[in-house]
Design a protein around this ligand. Structure first.
Ligand code: AMP
Ligand code: MN
Ligand code: MN
Ligand code: MN
Length: 281
C-alpha cells in the first residue's frame, strides 16, 4: 500500500490546486493521503471530496510552523477536525503573522537593495494573503530575473541569517500539540532530520521534549530528509516509543522531492501512525 501523509497544494506553497494534487497522488499509486498545507486547512474540503471521488483514503492534515530551540520547527497534525472554532482562531493568527512578516520582508528588499514591489509580487503567487510564504517571494524574484535560480533566492536573501530573513514569533510546539489534540488529531514532528540547530544533539532533544509534551509520532521517512536521517530517526522512534509517519513533502513538479508516496518505506518493526487514524473514504 502506497501512503503519503505529507503534501502541499497551492492553498499554501505547492503548485497544484487540492483537486489536482489528489489526481496526481492517485496516478502515483497512492491509496492513502493527507493534505498538509502550511498553517491552513482551507484546502481540506476540496481535497477530501476529490479523494472520495477517486476512491482513495484521505486524512485531513496541516503542517504547523512553531518555534523551538531558536529555529522554526514544523509539526504535522493528522486527522484533526478543521471546523473547530479554536483551531480557526489559531490558524488565523498564523495568517496574520505571515502577512506581517511578508510586509517586513518587502521593507528589507526595498531598504537594502532598492527592490520595490516584492510584497505585491509575492502575493500574486500566493493567490491570497492568508498563506504568504517565503517561497512566493522566491518565485517572484526568479520571475523578475533578480535571481537566476529559485534556490539562489533563499541562499542570498531569504533563508535564516540572510539579509531579508525576518524572525517570526511562531507559536510554541506545545501550543501546536494542544490544538492538534483538542481537535482529535495526532501530532507528528515533520522531517526531524532537516533542522539546523547549533548542535547536533538538539534534534534528539526536540524529539524527547515532544514526547514529554504528549507528541504522538515522528516522520521516520521523509522526502525532505536524507536516507541517513530516516535511519537515525527510525531508531529515535524505537527508543522513545513514537508512532512512525511517512510522506514525500511534495510541493511541485520538477521539485527536489520524490513523487507522491515515493519516499522510502518505514521499517517493519515500527507502528505506523496510520494504524491509529480514522480514515475517510
Ligand atoms: P515559510 O513557511 O514561508 O517560512 O517557507 C518555508 C518553506 O520555504 C519551506 O516549506 C520550504 O518549502 C522553503 N524553504 C525554506 N528554507 C529553504 C531553503 N534554505 N532553501 C529552499 N527552500 C527553502
Ligand atoms: Mn513548503
Ligand atoms: Mn516542512
Ligand atoms: Mn511540508
Amino acid at each position: 500500500m502506497i501512503i503519503d501523509l505529507h503534501m502541499h497544494s497551492n492553498v499554501s506553497d505547492g503548485s497544484l490546486p487540492p483537486r489536482e494534487l489528489v489526481a496526481l497522488a492517485k496516478e502515483s499509486g497512492v491509496s492513502l493521503m493527507a493534505l498538509t498545507d502550511h498553517d491552513t486547512m482551507a484546502g481540506v474540503p476540496e481535497a477530501a471530496e476529490a479523494a472520495r471521488s477517486a476512491g482513495i483514503g484521505f486524512v485531513p492534515g496541516v503542517e504547523i510552523s512553531t518555534a523551538w530551540g531558536g529555529q522554526t520547527v514544523h509539526i504535522v497534525g493528522l486527522g484533526l477536525d478543521a471546523d473547530d472554532a479554536e483551531a480557526e482562531r489559531f490558524f488565523a493568527g498564523a495568517s496574520t503573522l505571515r502577512d506581517k512578516r511578508g510586509q517586513r520582508i518587502a521593507e528589507k528588499f526595498e531598504k537594502l537593495y532598492g527592490i520595490r514591489g516584492s510584497y505585491e509580487g509575492a502575493l500574486s503567487f500566493a493567490g491570497n494573503r492568508e498563506n504568504l510564504s517565503r517561497t512566493h517571494f522566491a518565485r517572484w524574484l526568479l520571475r523578475e530575473g533578480i535571481v537566476k535560480t529559485y534556490q539562489e533566492a533563499f541562499d542570498r536573501f531569504l533563508r535564516t541569517g540572510r539579509p531579508c530573513f525576518v524572525q517570526t514569533d511562531w507559536p510554541s510546539v506545545a501550543e501546536a500539540v494542544a490544538i492538534i489534540h483538542r481537535t482529535g488529531g495526532l501530532a507528528v514532528i515533520a522531517h526531524p532530520g532537516r533542522y539546523h540547530f547549533d548542535s547536533e544533539w538538539m534534534s534528539d532533544e526536540l524529539c524527547r521534549d515532544f514526547r514529554r509534551m504528549g507528541g504522538d509520532a515522528i516522520e521516520v521517512s521523509s522526502g525532505s530528509q536524507s536516507p541517513a536521517a530516516d535511519l537515525h530517526f527510525a531508531q529515535v522512534a524505537r527508543d522513545l516509543g513514537f508512532l512512525a509517519s511517512a510522506g514525500s513533502d511534495w510541493h511541485s513538479p520538477g521539485g527536489t522531492r520524490p513523487a507522491p508516496g515515493h519516499q522510502a518505506p518505514i521499517p517493519d518493526d515500527l507502528t505506523p501512525v496510520w494504524d491509529k487514524l480514522r480514515i475517510g473514504r
